[in-house]
Design a protein around this ligand. Structure first.
Ligand code: PLP
Length: 447
């Protein structure tokens, strides 16, 4: 029972992202937190209409249990980059995951949680020398490389490093391809291993990353087979490889429509590892989105709207929607079949940067309408949906969350929610135009 191991101390509640870390969390359901925040709130509270997240640490714990069930041999090292939120790191550290860090700052974040340096892998093949020195001083030895220059840097800055060679695998079946930037081709492997041997640098194993949003589970199996070839090459160069790192790219829970599910990947990956690698080989992975995606729900307030009449919809372009073709005035009837432009208080410069950087597909759902709490309810039977676009709060026209949504008519002050918002969202959010990052309310639900 992982929940028993969680210990946050006392006093929780609401805190702005990246500000004060709450030291404990409540166990209320996500629905009840959303309801009290959007329905039963103090109207005089100046932050009452601000966008906010509900983050369920219990979901992270459940993902951990699922991981252990389906991939018992593979030790997860959480990819900090995906969501370096303190509460997330605290939760993961308390349930014993390792950490994949890409910089000095991320290593420090893991160390701040009391993580053993042996449970950290510095998984960035191209590192700044001062950051390598920092890792050496902190006792972090495992780090990846994919080029000979990196070996020379490590030789000077961290001679006791345990290097892991990141190989290039086929990422053509993934939405986010990482092979364009990192990974040594199999033809470069002998040269790199020779260089490491001549430099007296220890190479302890092989890593890969099939890319994120993988839509063919076979990509993981094929990558393991390539890693086996690289292991054999290692033996031929006198190395005793003992670590296989199968990278990240595992989908989050409920990540509908974004590729294959975790279960399908595990069904191929687990047996392929067992077939090609004996028990003497330690197997780790670097999951990011898998742990956090479904743990975060974002609620946004409709702060403004614009009604686009039916005839204008046909010819609507981004340039014209904001001016000539729009109207204000009496509310449209259903017969008018208007389109709506809704302006909400988090956008592309905030949490929704994931649309640009992570190729995320997001779907707005009605949370509260005309004071009615509708979370988890289908509004279809109650009302007609209209075509709409949803825009972020800044003055930039690229701040558009989506142009082709379909929602019942929303009024100013109503609420939308977006599920699965925990991965690559708030970590890269800016405060452009003076809009602060969305606050987070934490909970820790049980199953
Ligand atoms: N490991 C490395 C080296 C990465 O670059 C990334 C993501 O970019 C991850 C792990 C995590 O990937 P994901 O969040 O898709 O699991």
């Amino acid at each position: 029972n992982f929940l028993g191991k969680l210990n946050y101390g006392a006093v929780p509640v609401l805190t702005a992202a990246d500000q004060l870390l709450p030291t404990s969390v409540c166990t209320r359901s996500i629905a009840s937190i959303l309801e009290s925040r959007v329905i039963d709130y103090d109207a005089m509270d100046p932050e009452a209409e601000d966008a906010f997240y509900v983050a369920d640490m219990g979901e992270i714990v459940r993902q951990q249990a699922r991981w252990h069930k389906l991939l018992p041999r593979v030790e997860p090292f959480y990819a900090v980059k995906c969501n370096p939120n303190n509460m997330v790191l605290k939760t993961l550290a308390s349930i014993g995951t390792g950490f994949d860090c890409a910089s000095k700052g991320e290593i420090q974040m893991a160390l701040d949680q009391g993580v053993d340096p042996a449970k950290i892998i510095y998984a960035n093949p191209c590192k700044q020398i001062s950051h390598i020195r920092f890792a050496a001083a902190a006792g972090v030895r495992m780090m990846t490389f994919d080029n000979a220059d990196e070996l020379r840097k490590v030789k000077g800055a961290h001679p006791n490093a345990q290097m892991v060679l990141r190989i290039l695998t086929d990422d053509s079946r993934s939405i986010c391809k990482l092979g364009t930037k990192f990974g040594a081709s199999m033809s470069a492997v002998p040269y790199l291993l020779r260089t490491a041997r001549e430099s007296d640098i220890d190479v302890i194993g092989i890593s890969f990353h099939v890319g994120s949003g993988c839509f063919d589970a076979n990509a993981f199996g094929e990558a393991v087979i390539l890693a086996r070839k690289a292991f054999d090459e290692g033996a031929a160069h006198g190395f005793n490889f003992r670590l296989l790192d199968v990278g990240g790219g595992f989908p989050g829970n409920n990540a509908a429509g974004t590729g294959v599910g975790f279960q399908e990947i595990a069904a191929i990956l687990g047996p392929t590892i067992d077939r090609f690698f004996g028990p003497e080989v330690r197997v780790i992975a670097e999951p990011g989105r898998y742990y956090v995606s479904s743990a975060f729900t974002l609620a946004v307030n409709v702060i403004a709207r614009r009604v686009v009449p039916r005839d204008a919809v046909k010819t609507m372009t981004p340039a014209t929607t904001a001016s000539a073709t729009t109207v204000s005035g009496p509310a449209p009837t259903r017969d008018d079949h208007p389109s709506y432009m809704y302006y909400v208080n988090d956008g592309m410069y905030g949490s929704f940067n994931c649309i640009t950087f992570d190729h995320a597909v997001v779907t707005p759902q009605v949370l509260a309408r005309s004071g009615q709490f509708l979370y988890g309810q289908s509004t279809l039977s109650q009302d007609v949906d209209f075509p709409c676009s949803v825009w972020g709060p800044t003055c930039d026209s690229i701040d558009c969350i989506g142009k082709n949504f379909s929602l019942p008519e929303m009024q100013i002050g109503d609420w939308l929610h977006f599920d699965n918002m925990g991965a690559y969202t708030m970590c890269a959010a800016s405060q452009f135009n003076g809009f602060k990052k969305s606050a987070i309310i934490y909970t820790n639900t049980e199953a």
